[in-house]
Each structure stands twice: as structure tokens, then as C-alpha cells.
Design a binder for this molecule. Structure first.
Ligand SMILES: Cc1ncc(COP(=O)(O)O)c(C=O)c1O
Length: 733
């Protein structure tokens, strides 16, 4: 918890006007003398207040970003500097800052930086590894791992860092009402004495919102580029020393720093400060000449330039992609960043500190795409449903209403929870669960309804939600077959209380196997996470990873609830994230193929496609058609279709309650949990419309990634329809 002293409470309005302490560091129009007086007064008064109050209750950590790769001076951070390396000297100079509880080296997960990790291990320095390019992400995960409230950002190539300057920044942060404090917004300190202090909340916001690569590479630009969103504070040195270069980027810089150390460094515990170096430079002005002539902040400026170039490249790429989309031909299904992300996971060597990183990225991106507050990734779209039921406390003797015309996982999940599946019939036109039938199945034991967005089409959710609200039932959307479908303009997945998705190989996006739960409900999300993560205490709605620091305690109580190990593996998360980035194109492709089928069957009155009303946008997992011909059988139609060059199509699944495992009690083995009355219902006649429909449905594949393949199917269908139309006319004559 952060200990914030109210600025106004202790200092009055006069101080509030101090420019240096103004959240908007740019407004500089106040009286300078007054400012200086206020500043001195502030420093004197508030520092002792802090001292008097003892240690701050905030967990303040310094994160030292360090990596071996550097274009101008590779391996610079481990270069020797007197009796230590540059990295150790940096840490040595941060250590005297009393407010800082931990100093952590955050290096990249690139193999080149293995040496940094080994070095830290040897020296007993905590080390965290994360993304090489996205340093913002590395900071975020590191800060989360160490449960930081306040973060001090330190760069490992600045061995002249000044502990007094750092302490000043931290103190300003603690006593002011700021999100970000630094001395870099208007530089007045030598380059290399930069310090930035920010809250975990601000870091989290930047991590979630930053989009530009410069913002990700340099950690804090998102904060200081958005002064309206964050309370910023800049502090200055009395004289402008910004022209001095005390960082190590080039061999000349290294030489300069070495010279300074040779004169001023006597013992590790005697830290020389800014004023000592200035005195030295007064005596030996020739030292500054060693490394003059470089622009300040070259790294960031380069990054901005690269970004501009990348933007142009990206625009060209997007133009190209738009063209591809226009033609509705993707050529293949996996064509984005999937492999890159898989490699990123592999490069972590499955270190536990890197666990759930990809999963969390996927969850955040998925929640954003669907428009829910929470997303929880799991191993498949069956365990998602089971976890939801368990999380909602649904179990023995509770009834859950489900449709029978669906893949049987919907029902399996209910059985896995030891609850009773109760089957409601479907609508003969949309093929989705019929709200009237739901109403007829409700009893005093009913606890939930699982709606299925069949073939990409959601049921009439407004009516179902009204029924649910009347009877206090939980509504779970099983959207394994529907991604980016809409209902009355709303995204499917935001219509019920909670929703489940599948990334199994036939689905809109895939990771081979995979699943996701989305919801806006914090308690549900929290419970689902816990159930799917062995009941771990250290996880929550948005946190999939367990913090090492917390569990490294013999008294730690790990398991708060009973649970299952349903977490999505990182490799699957990597693929799913790559797929998600192309989800619009992948779904559009299926919709386009469905349109192609539609055009062919439009005038055939014995082929009835799934009815998609004006309120719905179907995402067409398959294109489903009802074969309603008095003489043509399902098998005949399929054989002719294949003979005409078609790939074949699927039949609808046998109705779940007619599967052997449901009709035979000895196979179901649920006598202990399901009443005899309910068990006897699992037989023919329970849902007459679904029973009639099931044998008539032709499920045409929509996953053809280019027009040539799709056209082959369309031609085969055309020919088949022509063949049977002619035969029908002949038979009738
Ligand atoms: C409607 C429905 N629910 C649940 C599932 C189960 O998903 P998974 O195969 O990922 O377990 C599927 C598909 O496989 C499905 O079609």
C-alpha cells in the first residue's frame, strides 16, 4: 500500500503553486524567487516528515534494465570498471537510496542475456527476464512479480548515477500526488543521471494502452506523452548541466567514465556524487572532451526515426492486406505472428518467471476484442464450460438447460459438474435453442441455461435473458462455434452472464486446442480463474501467474478452493494470439464462403439454409442447410456431391441425449447424481424438432482460405443441385 501524504494538508496552497511540483511541468510562468523559496521549504519540511514517519509503507523497487546487445558497445554492462563491472557499479550507486527495498536487474529473454542472469545469480542479485523488444512489458511483469507499488527506472549503462538525485525523485513522488516524477522532461542534469519514478498503476496503464514501438522500447514515453492522463512532475538542477554526457554508449564514453572512476573511486562504500565529478571536471576540463559531440537521448531519437520508417512500411503492408481481404483470399490459415510468438515462448526456456506471459497477452487482447472486462484462457472449450459451472457452484441435483443439437461438450460439462442436463428443443428455422422450450423445462432445481451459438448464430438472447432474470438463472453462452457474430448490434459473448470459446482446430481461430472464458463479472471471473488453476490463492481475475516471491514461504497457503489444472499452455497461447491478430480476416473469409454457398442454393426450395434474422450477424463456422426433399436421402446427396468434386460435408451430431453414453445408465454412471425421472427422459421423443432436423442437416465447410478451393465446392454443389432437380422433375413426370 502506498503511503501518500496529502500535499495540501501539509503544505498549504502556496506550495501547490510551485511550478516544479506542478503536475503539468510545462506551465512555468510563476515567480522564480517564490518557486525557489517554496522548493527549499518543501525539501526541508517534507524530508524530515518522511524520516519522522519512518519507512514508507509503499513497496518501492528499482528496476535496472540491462542487456548485452548494444550496437555501439556490445556487452558494455559487463565491462570492467575498477574492481567491478559497470552493472555492479550502477547497483552500488543505487543501494544508498534508503526508500528502495529491492533492486532487480531486468534483462531480456534473448539467449545473449543468459550471461546476465548467470552473473546476477553468482552475485546474488535478483534477476528477471522478459521481452527483449517490449521493455515496457518486461518492466510491467517484473514489477508485478515483485509486487511493487512504486518503480524507479534505472538504466544499466549509467555508472555515474547519483543516489542523492534518485532519492530526491523518490521523495518527490512520495509526498506529491503524482503518477510520474523525473528529471528528464526538461533535462538539466548530465545525461546518465536520469531517473524516473512512477506508480505501478501508471505502468500498468501504459502497458495496456501503449501501441507505438518507441513507447514499448523506452518504457515511459506513453506516460509523459499523455500529460492529461497522468500527473507528471519534473525536477531541475540549479544549473543546466544537460550538455554533459556521463552515460556509456560508445568506447569514448567508457574511456571517460573510467577516467572519472580512476580519480574518484576509492572504496565501494564511498560513493562519489555529482558535485565531486563537477569538481574533477573543473580541475581537468579536458576529460569532458573525450566523449563530447553526441546527441542527448540518441536511443530514443533513433527509435522515433525507426518508428516513422516502420509506419510507412506498415501502411504499405496494410494496403496489401486490404487488397488480399478484398479478394477474400488468404491462401492459408496461419500466416501472421504465430511462429514468432511460439519462438518467443521457446526462447524463455519455459522459465517459471515467464509462465503465463503469453497467456495474459492473449487474455487481454481477447477481452478487448469481444468487449468484456475479463478473459480467462484455458485448454479447450469443454473445460471452460465445466469451470464456469463449478465456479458458479452448480453441482449435484442442480439442473442446467442445454440444447441437444450441438457438439456434446455442452452436455459433458454439465455431467462433469455432477449436475443434470435438461434438454430444450430448438427452433426449426434458426436451429438454435428455442426460448419457449426453455421456459417449459424450468423447475425449482434449474440453476443455469447454456445457450449455444450454433454454426456461428446466437439464439434469441434478449428473450432468454428475460426468462433468466425472471427465474434467477445464470446464462452461459457456449460460443465455441461463434466468433465476432453479433446480435442486435451487440457482440456475441457479451449477451449472457459469461461466455465460453473454443480454439480447437476446426474453429474460427485455433491453437490446435484451446479455450477462453469471457465475462464482465468480477466475482465470476475470479472464481473461474481459481477453479481452472487448482484453486491457487495467488491468481485472480486478471492474474494468471503466481508470484514466486509470495509462494516462497513455508507457511504459504496455496489452495483456497478445489480446482482443476485447466490453464492454457504458453505455446497454445502464442499461436492463439497470432491468430487473434488476424481474426477479422479469418472470420470474413468464412462469411464470404457462406455467401458463395447461399448464392447457389438460393432458388432451390428443397434446401433450406439456417435462417439468419435481421438482428443477427452469423460468423458461419459452417454453412448449415436443411435437406427437405421427399426422395433424396442425406447419403445420396453427399455421394453425388463428392462425385462432383466436392470435399464432402458433415452431418449434424447425433442428438446428445441419444448418444449411447446418455441412453445407457451403465455407461452414463450418473445414478448417484441424476434422478431416475430425469434419466428416463433421455430417449427418443424428448425434443421432436431437433430429432427431425438432425438427420436432414448438411454442414458445409467454410474454412477454404482461397477462392479457388471454395469455388470447387460451389461448382460441386451447383452440379449436385442440378442433378437432383432434374431427377425430381423426371420422377414427377
Ligand atoms: C458448441 C460447442 N461447444 C463446445 C465445444 C468444445 O470445444 P473443445 O473441442 O475446444 O473442447 C465445441 C467444439 O468442439 C462446440 O462445437
Amino acid at each position: 500500500m502506498s503511503m501518500k501524504i496529502s500535499f495540501h494538508l501539509l503544505s498549504g496552497d502556496r506550495l501547490a503553486k510551485t511550478c516544479e511540483l506542478n503536475a503539468n511541468y510545462k506551465s512555468n510562468s510563476h515567480n522564480k524567487e517564490l518557486q525557489n523559496e517554496i522548493h527549499r521549504n518543501f525539501i526541508l519540511n517534507f524530508f524530515w516528515v518522511l524520516k519522522e514517519w519512518g519507512e514508507s509503507m509503499s513497496n518501492i523497487i528499482a528496476i535496472v534494465q540491462a542487456r548485452m546487445s548494444s550496437s555501439r558497445l556490445p556487452g558494455k554492462i559487463l565491462l570492467p570498471l575498477m574492481d567491478k563491472t559497470i552493472l555492479e557499479q550502477v547497483i552500488n550507486r543505487v543501494r544508498p537510496v534508503e526508500q528502495i527495498s529491492d533492486i532487480i536487474v531486468a534483462t531480456s529473454d534473448n539467449g545473449m542475456d543468459d550471461i546476465v542472469e548467470s552473473f546476477c545469480l553468482e552475485k546474488d542479485i535478483p534477476c528477471f527476464r522478459g521481452s527483449e523488444e517490449n521493455v515496457l512489458e518486461r518492466f510491467y511483469f517484473c514489477a508485478r512479480e515483485y509486487e511493487a507499488d512504486i518503480i524507479v527506472r534505472i538504466t544499466a549503462d549509467d555508472p555515474l548515477k547519483d543516489s542523492e538525485v534518485i532519492a530526491k525523485a523518490v521523495s518527490l513522488f512520495e509526498v506529491g500526488d503524482y503518477d510520474y516524477v523525473s528529471n528528464t522532461l526538461e533535462p538539466t542534469y548530465p545525461e546518465g543521471l536520469d531517473v524516473e519514478v512512477f506508480s505501478f498503476k501508471a505502468l500498468e496503464a501504459a502497458y495496456k494502452k501503449a501501441e507505438l514501438s518507441s513507447e514499448k522500447e523506452h518504457v515511459t514515453p506513453y506516460l509523459y506523452k499523455n500529460p492529461a492522463g497522468f500527473r507528471l512532475c519534473n525536477f531541475k538542477n540549479e544549473t543546466d548541466l544537460s550538455k554533459l554526457r556521463w552515460t556509456v554508449d560508445t568506447p569514448e564514453d567508457y574511456l571517460f567514465v573510467k577516467q572519472v572512476y580512476q580519480t574518484l573511486y576509492h572504496k565501494p562504500e564511498e560513493i562519489f556524487l555529482l558535485r565531486d565529478i563537477l569538481d574533477l571536471l573543473k580541475q581537468k576540463p579536458e576529460l569532458s572532451a573525450i566523449n563530447s559531440g553526441h546527441k542527448r537521448n540518441e536511443g530514443y531519437l533513433n527509435s522515433l526515426r525507426k518508428e516513422e520508417e516502420k509506419k510507412e512500411e506498415e501502411e504499405q503492408k496494410q494496403e496489401k492486406a486490404a487488397k488480399v481481404l478484398q479478394e477474400h483470399s488468404l491462401r492459408q490459415r496461419i500466416y501472421g505472428n504465430e511462429l514468432k510468438y511460439v519462438n518467443q515462448v521457446l526462447s524463455t526456456q519455459f522459465r517459471s518467471s515467464q509462465g503465463a506471459v503469453m497467456m495474459q497477452r492473449l487474455e487481454e487482447a481477447f477481452a478487448k476484442k469481444i468487449g468484456t472486462k475479463f478473459a480467462i484462457a484455458m485448454m479447450n472449450g469443454t473445460c471452460t464450460l465445466h469451470a464456469i459451472l463449478e465456479a458458479a457452484g452448480i453441482g449435484v441435483s442442480d439442473e442446467v438447460i442445454v440444447p441437444p443439437l450441438t457438439m456434446s461438450s455442452t452436455t459433458f460439462a454439465v455431467l462433469q459438474a455432477n449436475a443434470t442436463p435438461v434438454f430444450a428443443d430448438v427452433d426449426p428455422n434458426s436451429f438454435t435453442i428455442n426460448p419457449i422450450s426453455i421456459l417449459n423445462r424450468i423447475t425449482s432445481r434449474t440453476k443455469a441455461i447454456i445457450t449455444v451459438s450454433l454454426y456461428g448464430l446466437s439464439p434469441d438472447m434478449d428473450v432468454i435473458m428475460r426468462i433468466a432474470s425472471e427465474y434467477h438463472l445464470l446464462v452461459i453462452e457456449d460460443n465455441a462455434e461463434c466468433l465476432l457474430g453479433t446480435y442486435k448490434g451487440r457482440m456475441v459473448g457479451t449477451l449472457g452472464h459469461i461466455a465460453s470459446y473454443s480454439f480447437q482446430s476446426s474453429k474460427h481461430i485455433t491453437s490446435g486446442e484451446g479455450g477462453m472464458v469471457v465475462t464482465d463479472s468480477l466475482p465470476l471471473a475470479q472464481a473461474v480463474r481459481r477453479v481452472s488453476s487448482l484453486g491457487y490463492a495467488g491468481v485472480d481475475a486478471t492474474k494468471a501467474k503466481i508470484t514466486k516471491k509470495t509462494i516462497q514461504d513455508p507457511d504459504y497457503a496455496r489452495h483456497l478452493t478445489m480446482g482443476w489444472n485447466y490453464r492454457m499452455p504458453e505455446l497454445c497461447a502464442a499461436v492463439a494470439l497470432g491468430q487473434l491478430e488476424n481474426v477479422d480476416a479469418l472470420v470474413s473469409r468464412r462469411v464470404k464462403v457462406a455467401q458463395m454457398y447461399e448464392e447457389v442454393i438460393e432458388d432451390t426450395d428443397w434446401l433450406l439454409p439456417q435462417f439468419v434474422g435481421d438482428d443477427h450477424k452469423c460468423s458461419y463456422w459452417t454453412y448449415a442447410v436443411r435437406l427437405m426433399h421427399p426422395f433424396i436421402t442425406w447419403k445420396e446427396f453427399r455421394d453425388r456431391y463428392v462425385a462432383n468434386g466436392g470435399d464432402g460435408f458433415y452431418a449434424a451430431w447425433r442428438l446428445t441425449y441419444l448418444e449411447p453414453m446418455m441412453t445407457q445408465r451403465s455407461l452414463l454412471k450418473r445414478d448417484k447424481f441424476i434422478s431416475g425421472k430425469n434419466l428416463r427422459r433421455y430417449k427418443k421423443g424428448l425434443c421432436p424438432i431437433a430429432e427431425e432436423l438432425q438427420g436432414q442437416l448438411l454442414q458445409f465447410k467454410t474454412n477454404y482460405w482461397n477462392d479457388e478451393d471454395a469455388k470447387k465446392q460451389i461448382q460441386a454443389l451447383n452440379k449436385t443441385i442440378e442433378f437432383f432437380s432434374k431427377r425430381s422433375t423426371d420422377q414427377l413426370q
